[in-house]
Design a binder for this molecule. Structure first.
Ligand SMILES: C[S@@+](CC[C@H](N)C(=O)[O-])C[C@H]1O[C@@H](n2cnc3c(N)ncnc32)[C@H](O)[C@@H]1O
Length: 253
């Protein structure tokens, strides 16, 4: 990710949660994930989850109570600081203590990156010389992140490497590139760090297969209404447009 992009997300971090579009998209993505995760709560509660591009942790904190652990990674320190503050506040209030989330500031490129080799529950570094001893995840998620990633094949390879062989799965949500109008998802003034105007179904399917995922499914997960600029670049909002979101799933064999 570019420095400009980091600066943008650092600057936006404190006001991030007050954007109703962010809250709505998170709630819809959470629902889409739950619909595809094991309904058996015993199975789900054994899951170690890695979220890449967690932002302020809205989705991480929604999912955390259902799973064993959640490692929440973001490249922007500002976003991670907001998540850390939430975790501290929950801890201090005792009523909503969350002990299974770890916030990590990193631009993840290596599944063996020591910054994610710490179990959020046991809170100790996984030790061992053999690669078999490295921490691997049952589930890797990302939401509204892929459209910011310059090199999709590289990030998919990293995600693949982070998963448990045989059973680990990815579930990635982002708005769909359904044609030229998809550009209107972002106001023209907020195009910094936008690498593509959504993700395309066929391309994602192909990229997941190339990254060696099996059981690959790329499908519409939900649709979201969003106010767009009247005229691109005008800064004036209205009307609303409907944006389809895709969920990309695959398993590491
Ligand atoms: C549009 S925001 C979405 C944040 C959060 N998922 C949400 O929906 O509220 C994209 C986030 O992805 C992060 N990001 C982009 N590329 C990344 C990468 N390669 N590794 C980690 N984080 C990344 C950015 O710092 C930013 O916080």
């Amino acid at each position: 990710m570019s420095t400009t992009n980091n600066e943008r997300f650092n600057a936006e971090a404190n006001g991030w949660d007050s954007n109703p579009n962010v809250q709505l998209a998170t709630a819809l993505a959470h629902k889409a994930l739950l619909a595809r995760l094991p309904s058996n709560s015993n199975e789900l509660s054994s899951y170690d989850v890695l979220e890449i591009g967690c932002g302020t942790g809205l989705l991480s904190l929604a999912l955390a109570p259902a799973v064993r652990s959640l490692t929440a990674v973001d490249a922007a320190q500002g976003m991670i600081d907001v998540l850390q503050a939430k975790l501290l506040a929950k801890h201090q209030s005792h009523q909503h203590d969350i002990n299974n989330v770890r916030a990590v500031c990193a631009l993840l490129e290596d599944p063996d990156d020591p910054r994610i080799q710490i179990d959020p529950v046991a809170d100790h570094a996984e030790k061992g010389d053999s690669t078999d001893m490295h921490l691997r995840f049952d589930l890797v998620i990302s939401h509204l992140v892929l459209h910011h990633i310059p090199d999709l094949p590289a990030v998919l390879r990293t995600m693949f490497g982070c998963l448990k062989p045989g059973s680990g799965r990815v579930m990635l949500t982002d708005f769909e590139d359904f044609g030229p109008e998809a550009r209107r998802f972002h106001p023209e003034g907020k195009m910094d760090g936008v690498e593509r105007h959504g993700i395309a179904k066929g391309e994602m399917q192909e990229l997941l297969v190339q990254a060696r995922f099996v059981d690959v499914v790329v499908e519409t997960a939900f649709e979201m209404e969003k106010l767009v600029e009247t005229e691109p670049g005008s800064g004036i909002k209205g009307p609303t447009m409907t944006f389809p979101f895709l969920i990309c799933t695959g398993r590491r064999p």
